[in-house]
Design a protein around this ligand. Structure first.
Ligand SMILES: [Zn+2]
Length: 320
């Protein structure tokens, strides 16, 4: 493990040195739709955010596609050289990209134009992480206020990268932040339809802590904040006990995580004489495939809210 890491660390450094990176903005010529800012983004939510704000002045290369788990994602050589040649690199931070932390550290050290969307967020606004005492819950895209702040931050980052069009990026960011405001107003109305006794969201892993805080739901994940630590049999039976006792009508699987864990909980609940439904698939750590309804952040939130409301709106403590 250690020797493999030393090798890959050296390789990363070599790739970063060989790319032009950071200082290339002067050589690249003025930004235009024909000559857009070359951006590399890690998650599909961040790629979408940069596209929404940058419009036709950005070309975004999103590293992590539909169904990809960012906690376990390992950068390929191609990813690293794409980052070394990009005008701008945007990642989530707070250890979401747990296996890429050292790469970002090296990029910061080399002075590349690299930004974490979570940088600059007040610690007081972040949820704690039960998995890592020194870190916070990285799933900030499910907090309406924090994602709006990330939007404005991306506006500033693009403005600093291409000062010629600074106004344009800041205006686009403000407009999109307004759209997010409308989205979350709609979501609040929808979520209020879930009956009091059903306001528990059970998912494959703890991606929905901010979502629960925003919409007044208790949240329980089978796995913790990171998927790097697998659920054990104790977690399965503990959660099953809770679901059966509280007669929770539905649990949800996630697009970037195998459904096996949640299915095992369902079987364990059934063994306790209660039938819990699988309420559908939520998009936690990745958007859906291009061309589907949840291929943008706005579509993702709409899809998740619709799935959760329909799964949890069945009569409270229905008898079987
Ligand atoms: Zn996650």
């Amino acid at each position: 493990m250690t020797s493999r890491w030393i090798l890959s660390s050296a390789l990363v450094l070599a790739l970063l040195v060989s790319g032009c990176g950071g200082g290339s903005s002067q050589e690249r010529g003025p930004v235009s739709p024909e000559n857009p800012i070359q951006v590399v983004a890690t998650t599909s939510m961040i790629a979408d955010l940069v596209r929404q704000v940058g419009g036709d002045h950005v070309a975004v290369n999103g590293l992590m596609g539909p169904g990809v788990d960012p906690h376990l994602y390992q950068a390929s050589e191609g990813d690293v050289s794409a980052m070394a040649q990009a005008d701008l690199i945007v990642y989530n931070g707070l250890h979401l990209e747990g296996k890429m932390v050292d790469i970002f550290e090296q990029m910061h050290q080399r002075g590349l134009n690299v930004h974490a969307v979570t940088a600059g967020i007040d610690e007081a606004d972040l949820l704690a992480s039960e998995d890592y005492s020194d870190s916070h819950d990285p799933h900030i895209w499910f907090d309406p206020a924090l994602w709006q702040r990330a939007t404005l931050m991306i506006g500033d980052v693009l403005a600093n990268t291409d000062s010629l069009h600074a106004e344009r990026y800041r205006e686009a960011a403000a407009t999109y932040a307004g759209e997010l405001e409308d989205l979350f107003e709609w979501a609040t109305g929808e979520m209020s339809r879930i009956p009091e006794g059903n306001r528990v969201l059970i998912t494959s892993h703890d991606a929905f802590g901010y979502f629960g805080r925003a919409f007044d739901l208790e949240v329980r994940g089978l796995q913790g904040i990171s998927t790097a630590l697998e659920a054990g049999t104790g977690d399965v039976s503990g959660l099953a006990e809770y679901v059966a006792e509280n007669r929770i009508p539905a649990m949800f699987v996630e697009s970037s995580i195998s459904p096996r864990g949640i299915e095992a909980v369902r079987e364990a609940v059934q063994a306790r004489g209660f039938d819990v439904q699988i309420g559908g698939t939520l998009f936690g750590d990745a958007l859906d495939s291009p061309g589907t309804a949840a291929d943008t952040y706005v579509g993702m939130v709409r899809s998740n809210v619709t799935t959760i409301v329909s799964g949890l709106s069945s009569p409270e403590t229905s008898s079987q």
